[in-house]
Every structure is written in C-alpha cells, then in structure tokens.
Design a protein around this ligand. Structure first.
Ligand SMILES: [Zn+2]
Length: 278
C-alpha cells in the first residue's frame, strides 16, 4: 500500500509537534517539511534540522523536504553572483538534510510566471549544479510543475540525471497550465518521484482537499496508476470543508477539534485513493 503523506503546514496553527502528531494520529503515515523565511532573512538550516529531529523523536516519517524560500527562485535564472550564492545555499540545505537521512527534495523552477526571466543557460547551469549535488549525496530532486510550463519542461527536458525527476502538482496544473500544457505527466510521468495532490476551481491555487474543486480525479488517478509508485501526498492548507450543497465551511485554524474534522475528511479521501492505487 502506498504511504499517506500530508504537508506539515496543513493549516492547523499549533506548535509543530502538536500539528504533525495530530496528523499521524488521524491516519497519515508521514509528513513533508518546508521552511519559511524569517522576516526578510532566508530560512535557516536550523529550522529544518529541528523539524527533522522532532519528527524522528516522534516517530513520524518524512517523505521529502520542500526546498525553501520559493520567492528567491528567479535568482537561479539571473546572471551574477546572487544566483550563485542562492544556488550554493540550496546545495547546503540538500547536503545538511541528506546527512540527517532525507532522500528526496522538491524544488520549484521560479516564482510567479510574469516575474521569471526567460529560459536561459544560467538557469540550466544552476539546476545542473543542483543535480550534481544530488548525485554526490545520493539523493533525488523532484522538479515541481509550478507556474511556467516552459521553465518546468526546459529543466526536465535538459537534465537527464537519474537523480532528477518530476513532482506532479495537481492544483498547479489546473490553475497555471493552459489546455495545451496539461501533458506534463504524459511527457515526464515515467520520472515521477512525488505528487502534491490538492484541488481548486481552476482560478486560484486554493489547496483544497481533493474532490472539492473541479479537477477530474478519476482521470488523474487512472493515469497515476500507470506511473512509478509514489506516496499519496496531500499538499492541503485551506482549512475549509464543503457540505453536500457545496457550501463552504471555513474552519478555525486555532481549534484542535476543527483540525480533527479537517484531517478526518482528508484521510478518508486519501484512503479511497490508496485503495484505488494499490
Ligand atoms: Zn506543490
């Protein structure tokens, strides 16, 4: 059976340990971690190391680490030392987490399509450096489809390393890719390393529980069944449930009871997928 994984940042505003242990108690097997900026500073190594250590202490598996500071990713496509320094920073994170036993990393290719520099050699060289680092540390890097189909496919097309593959994000495809671009699983699904499953209505990246939005899950799951087996990872963070009449019920981020309701619904959907995909 595939593992059930959820983002450690699923919307419950409690301390890290309470959040992830509740997710486990409600039926998820493991979590994935992402780091936040600290005000204007980049996230620190210590933030993620602490998260990894706390998960170990509480016997909660980590499916992957989401590389941090997504707003800085456009630097990777720019000429100059700032891009090199940011690339070094990401390699440092990978090295540090690899030493702590993490095997899989997820990265975006840029931040906001309209702000991204055009596809170019600077970007390719830096992603090649990330790929080489992953080979060296014997870990894998999954390129997540984010906003720009052109950048996402350029990297996947041009970096053939077996340590580099695809992280398929269902919600991003639904919102950011146009109809001609919804073929990333056809093109790169044989290199699938992770999924981010969440739903929306094709307009905003809402990160709802799957089956609440307008993604055709039956088609998507049938496709996933034909691809390399990966954990069923929910990247949900919108603390909302919908009743039978499709009316939203916004939950209280501070309430443990509401967190339980939210996780209960998410686990029931994840378990149906697990059954279908076994
Ligand atoms: Zn994602």
């Amino acid at each position: 059976m595939r593992k059930l994984c959820i983002s450690a940042e699923y919307g419950y505003h409690a301390r890290f340990v309470e959040r992830v242990t509740l997710a486990k108690q409600m039926g998820f097997d493991e979590v994935f971690l992402s780091m936040r900026r600290r005000g204007k500073r980049l996230a620190l190594f210590e933030d993620i190391c602490l998260g990894i250590e706390l998960c170990k202490q509480h016997n909660i598996g980590i499916e992957f680490i989401h590389l941090p500071n997504i707003k800085n990713y456009n630097l990777l496509w720019e000429e100059g030392t700032n891009g090199d320094i940011f690339c070094d920073y990401l390699i440092g994170i990978i090295a540090q987490c690899a030493m702590l036993g993490c095997k899989l990393f997820v990265t975006h290719t840029g931040y906001k399509k309209e702000l991204m520099p055009p596809v170019n050699e600077f970007g390719l060289k830096r992603f090649e450096r990330l790929a080489k680092a992953c080979e060296k540390f014997d870990v894998r890097l999954a390129i997540e489809n984010t906003e720009s189909y052109e950048h996402d496919t350029f990297i996947l097309e041009n970096i053939k390393s077996k340590n580099v593959g695809l992280c398929f994000d269902s919600g991003h495809q639904n919102v950011f890719y146009n109809e001609n671009e919804k073929d990333i699983l056809d093109r790169f699904g044989n290199r699938l390393m992770a999924v981010h499953l969440h739903d929306n209505f094709g307009e905003k990246d809402e990160h709802y529980i799957p089956r609440y939005g307008n993604i055709d899950w039956d088609i998507l799951l049938a496709k996933l069944k034909t691809l390399p087996e990966v954990a069923i990872t929910f990247e949900i963070k919108n603390f909302t449930l919908f009743n039978e009449n499709h009316e939203p019920q916004v939950l209280n981020h501070e309430s443990e009871e509401d967190a339980k309701l939210f996780l209960q619904k998410a686990v029931s959907v994840a378990k149906e997928m697990q059954e279908f995909l076994k």
